[in-house]
Design a protein around this ligand. Sequence first.
Ligand SMILES: [Zn+2]
Length: 136
Amino acid sequence: MEFMPAGEIIGDAHQVRTISVTQNSLLPDGEYSFVDMYCTDPECDCRKTMILVIHNGEPVSIINYGWESAKFYKNWMGGNKNNIPTTKMYGASIDITSPDLVSPDGMLALFNRLLNDIWIARFKQHYHEVKAAMSK
Ligand SMILES: [Zn+2]
């Protein structure tokens, strides 16, 4: 499974979410940008995003987020012919490839606090747009 930033595939339709953090006991102050990336295999129905978090121009964390139910991923893994490692796909978790230059616990807490219906809807939309663009 290869992941690419949505912006590189769907262009201007894509917006990166950037927020400003101050007085967080676990995370350094500053701007945090969340670059959502998607699997580029049009045949793959993984329904998740990998989010690269940039702080002061530097990648500091990678978050996995799957918006479907735990049951969906369990079934999907069962029919998974590519032997993708069965890491936790449901909900949010820090990816094993994350550079962890900021506190993983702090980053996960921030992400979960920011997560809302609007952002989730945007992930789903970008996912479908990326898959549609890749299957052309
Ligand atoms: Zn996939």
